[in-house]
Design a binder for this molecule. Structure first.
Ligand SMILES: [Zn+2]
Ligand SMILES: [Zn+2]
Ligand SMILES: [Zn+2]
Ligand SMILES: [Zn+2]
Length: 117
């Protein structure tokens, strides 16, 4: 299963742009961000496991999502502890860095990335 590029909807996505909340392939990443001074400071996260950043909280486990409100990469454990311990944390929008679906709060609106079979 691959994550599809939101821009061209043809290639497999390689990065997630946190500002646009979009998954982009290498070509669209370049097109959207190179030469566009407004977009060059968009924070982008690689989607591949090899390049996936570590969790910002525990620094041990590979991150599996990015919280748009907290601007941090979290592993599953830290996602649960971060967002359960805060009364308003559960409404945070989170971008998945993996193709695993969020099953923790099925009733909440979580930003998900389109999956390609
Ligand atoms: Zn693309
Ligand atoms: Zn962007
Ligand atoms: Zn962690
Ligand atoms: Zn959060």
């Amino acid at each position: 299963m691959k994550i599809q590029c939101d821009a061209c909807e043809a290639a497999a996505a390689e990065v997630v742009c946190c500002t646009e909340e979009a998954a982009l392939c290498g070509g669209c990443d370049l097109r959207n961000h190179a030469g566009n001074t407004m977009a060059t400071n968009h924070q982008r996260l690689p989607l591949s496991t090899a390049l996936r950043p570590r969790c910002d909280t525990c620094q041990e486990t590979l991150g599996w999502l990015f919280c748009l409100e907290d601007r941090v990469v979290l592993c599953r454990q830290c996602d649960i502890s971060t967002h359960k311990s805060r009364p308003f944390g559960s409404g945070h929008h989170r971008l998945l860095l993996t193709n695993v679906k969020v099953g923790l709060h099925p009733k909440q609106s979580t930003t998900t990335i389109k999956l390609v079979n």
